[in-house]
Design a protein around this ligand. Structure first.
Ligand SMILES: [Zn+2]
Length: 177
């Protein structure tokens, strides 16, 4: 019965949040309230790194431990050497090369897919270029998006939308759930 299948698919249709990490975005002077989380993982996400991004083991481990110290859990971290490393599977954060929507003003971006009904994140994609994959704080920031966090433009904060104005400040990001 096609309608039953349709009803089932409707339940897993995903919401989509996309964030670009800019190096020259307009700077907001004021910040209001606490950092905001759009959605959450129900189970610790796996992380798969496409080797063509040139993300190093050092950088990914550094970024993962940054969030682990804040109380977030992850599954395994693996490297994928396949040529066609572009599809994110349910339950994972995929770190891959950007698609055609990417432009030079961005150093990275993240797209999360979540269930509209429950705000549960089902998968996430982090897009990063090899030339930016060794920059400090970039993966930390993008994993923050992959965990559901929106931008938070407090100076020196990890979720600041402008890389130059950002820092390692993690205030308001502790996982207490
Ligand atoms: Zn961002």
């Amino acid at each position: 019965m096609w309608w039953a299948l349709f009803a089932f698919l409707s339940c897993i249709v995903t919401g989509d949040h996309s964030y670009a990490y800019n190096i020259n975005a307009p700077i907001q002077t004021f910040v209001v309230g606490q950092p905001y989380k759009n959605a959450s993982w129900r189970h610790p996400p796996e992380i798969r790194v496409c080797s063509d991004t040139k993300v190093t083991a050092f950088r990914i481990n550094h970024a993962v431990s940054y969030w682990q110290k804040l109380g977030y859990k992850f599954g395994s971290v693996s490297v994928d050497n396949s040529i066609n490393c572009t599809k994110a599977y349910y339950g994972e954060i995929l770190i891959t090369l950007p698609d055609s929507s990417f432009d030079n003003t961005k150093i990275a971006s993240t797209r999360i897919y979540s269930k509209i009904s429950t705000d549960e994140i089902v998968k996430a994609k982090i897009f990063i270029m090899p030339k930016d994959s060794k920059k400090a704080r970039v993966l930390e920031h993008e994993i923050g998006h992959a965990l559901g966090w929106a931008h938070y433009n407090k100076k020196f904060h990890i979720m600041h939308s402008n890389w130059i104005m950002g820092g390692l400040d993690a205030s308001g990001l502790q996982n207490d759930g």
